[in-house]
Design a protein around this ligand. Structure first.
Ligand code: ATP
Ligand code: MG
Length: 218
């Protein structure tokens, strides 16, 4: 049995065509089903639905053999125990710094003042500001980052941006792009050896669908 970990929403939706190219069809719709384990048309392949941030944990500990996770999530997780053979180029967005539209970000940075930054992505934020030599106080949040600068909780946020419409709706502006984000295939390192006969063709078919060569899976 091969167990594939996916999160509901955009990652699930955008992974479906890649699975279809590998001959795998998920037989239930996670939006209408309450099941957390979904069968596929392949009796030896099943999908487990987990939170986006839990995908690396499931795969690293063998609760799933393979999964799809955002680069953001993978950096925050650290990636230990995971093999990352393929950038799927799905769920694309960027990690950015945003502030209230009346906040003088460049001024504060140039003066060398401390910046209060609210984010769910503390590793990425810490690294980014360390590289810039900007002193920050990081405030860990789990959601609705946009609210932090509006309430005075923080001067800036580090968050994912795709169209920018959420920022705009909350009078925030993007002042720095930290990195481009897309989702990657992650594979349990032991499973890649033990279930190689089943996993290798699956990874290769997904790679072909993405139009990319796989990293060596030796
Ligand atoms: P939840 O929304 O349930 O709290 P989450 O935010 O971790 O969980 P999603 O919103 O489904 O989960 O995001 C999953 C992944 O999709 C993220 O880790 C990121 O890589 C990517 N992503 C997030 N927001 C966007 C976006 N606006 N556009 C494109 N991709 C995104
Ligand atoms: Mg979300």
């Amino acid at each position: 049995m091969i167990t594939l970990a996916l999160s509901k929403g955009r990652i699930f939706e955008e992974t479906l065509p890649l699975l279809a190219a590998a001959g795998i069809e998920v037989l239930e719709d996670p939006e209408s089903s309450r099941k957390l384990i979904l069968p596929t048309n392949q009796p030896d392949v099943r999908v487990v639905l987990v939170r986006a941030t839990d995908v690396p944990t499931y795969v690293a500990y063998g609760g799933a053999d393979i999964g799809v996770a955002g680069r953001d999530v993978l950096i925050e997780h650290g990636g230990a125990g995971l093999y990352q053979p393929l950038d799927l180029q799905i769920a694309r967005c960027r990690m950015s710094v945003a502030v209230r539209d009346d906040f003088d970000y460049q001024g504060v940075v140039q003066q060398g003042s401390r910046l209060r930054v609210a984010t769910k992505y503390t590793s990425i934020a810490r690294q980014h500001f360390a590289e810039k030599g900007v002193h920050v106080d990081l405030i860990k949040l789990y959601g609705s980052m946009e609210l932090a600068p509006l309430t005075g909780l923080a001067d800036a946020i580090v968050d994912l941006v795709s169209t920018g419409s959420t920022l705009k709706a909350n009078r925030l502006v993007e002042v720095e792009r930290i990195m481009d984000i897309s989702s990657r295939l992650v594979v349990n390192q032991a499973a890649l050896k033990l279930k190689r006969e089943a996993l290798k063709p699956l990874i290769d078919a997904i790679a072909a669908a993405v139009g990319q060569p796989t990293a060596r899976t030796a």
